[in-house]
Design a protein around this ligand. Structure first.
Ligand code: AMP
Length: 406
């Protein structure tokens, strides 16, 4: 079966077609500036050159129309007819407490996701627009929703309840949800394959360190804690997001600088993190170059980032009473040799010993711990699209999917 994977943002859309008989990526692409001047699609068939087409796209339906044309293009396409696409898998950010696993999209599911929109006002609306456009343009093709929050629904209440009046949870759903679930689940499954140990026998800490970053504690295949919370702002220091701060800072900052709520929100989401500390960039490559030249704030930003990752690793080792493996994934986790080195430095008493030679690797699966390290350190490039395509195929073919472990 060929599966089209769609990941819709507010003005952009990423897609892939995978042949799931052998899990091969056939093509992928990106649409940018949907509904703006200069809408553009970049499409790449595996093994041949990309093409780029700047063409007006008024809305998501228009954009999906161009995606479908690209995948049927005589030269760059991968199907002759859309009937060859057996199903579409949609990434959806927030399913609240409603769904703990991926599922077939029905009218009831759409209604439930619309109800979650207030929890993810920036993300769920474009996800839903993408689903509606595909349903209109591909009638009869089954659609599956794969939710970022679903994997974390196994967290126990002591991990997800905030210590604020309980009514806020009951009335408004204010609790910790966690995000990046599809990535944490993918790398956990790969770690189990690489170690050749059943997930049910493993305690894992998965570090998704990209522009957005989160850490999860995964015990016997079930997420028991994760660093992102009610929104993706909580937890680690990120590219431009603050992560954990004293909540009183928000009110104080607003008073000091006479900021309205929107501006304060923007500061915490877009101007904080390593960008905020360094004043230079959210990109770790820029920060490392600046740090190398002696820039003290770039050096500090990198240290604060690493400190927070180590903080969560320590916490999750305590929560699970040990850990068999720590996984590094996403842009920084997969590529930043120096950052992995700082994170793992001097943790020998916890059984964590990085092999500095094996650590000199980027973007491919590798065990990077020393042979005598009790905790294995593993680099695993994430592949959320493949996870979405696997769930989609399994659900459409009626297979009970693996994440349903409870
Ligand atoms: P992601 O959000 O997973 O795409 O990660 C993007 C981030 O990965 C970028 O902002 C960079 O900070 C980081 N990154 C990518 N490549 C490298 C590299 N070779 N060295 C250090 N950081 C990198």
């Amino acid at each position: 079966m060929k599966v089209l994977v769609i990941n819709c943002g507010s003005s952009s859309l990423k897609y892939q077609v995978l042949d799931m008989t052998n899990e091969v990526l056939e093509c992928k692409g990106l649409v940018e500036r949907i509904g703006m001047d200069g809408s553009v699609i970049t499409h790449e068939k595996t093994g041949i050159d990309k093409f780029r087409d700047v063409t007006p796209m008024a809305d998501h339906k228009d954009a999906i129309g161009h995606v479908l044309a690209a995948i049927q293009d005589p030269e760059h396409g991968v199907v002759k007819d859309m009937k060859e696409i057996g199903a579409v898998g949609h990434r959806v950010v927030h399913a609240g407490e409603k769904y703990a696993k991926s599922l077939l999209i029905t009218d009831d599911v759409i209604k439930a996701l619309e109800e979650c929109t207030q929890l993810a006002p920036l993300h769920n609306p474009p996800n839903l627009l993408g689903i509606a456009a595909c349903q209109e343009l591909m009638p009869g093709t089954p659609m599956v929703g794969v939710f970022d929050t679903a994997f974390h629904q196994t967290m126990p209440p002591e991990s997800y309840i905030y210590a604020i009046p309980y009514e806020f949870y009951q009335k408004h759903g204010i609790r910790r949800y966690g995000f990046h679930g599809t990535s944490h689940r993918y790398v956990a499954e790969r770690a189990s394959d690489i170690l050749n140990v059943n997930l049910d026998d493993l305690k894992l800490i998965t570090c998704h360190l990209g522009n957005g970053a989160s850490v999860s504690a995964i015990k016997r295949g079930r997420c028991i804690d994760t660093s992102m919370g009610f929104t993706p702002l909580e937890g680690l220091v990120m590219g431009t997001r603050s992560g954990d701060i004293d909540p009183a800072i928000v009110t104080y900052m607003r008073e000091c600088e006479n900021l309205d709520q929107g501006v304060a929100n923007e500061i915490l989401n877009k101007k904080s993190g390593v960008l905020g500390i360094s004043g230079i960039s959210s990109d770790f490559r820029d920060l490392e170059a600046a740090a190398e030249e002696g820039n003290e704030r770039a050096q500090l930003a990198l240290k604060v980032f690493a400190h927070k990752v180590r903080f969560y690793i320590g916490a999750y080792i305590a929560e699970m009473n040990g850990c068999d493996a720590i996984v590094f994934t996403a842009g920084v986790g997969e590529n930043d040799i120096g950052m992995r080195d700082i994170i793992c430095n001097d943790l020998g008493n916890l059984g964590i010993k990085l092999d500095v030679v094996k650590n000199r690797v980027r973007g491919k699966e590798a065990i990077i711990s020393r042979d005598d390290s009790a905790v294995k350190l593993i680099l695993i490039p994430t592949n959320e699209e493949l996870m979405i395509a696997r769930d989609t195929k399994d659900i459409v073919e009626g297979v009970k999917i693996k994440q349903n472990r409870y």
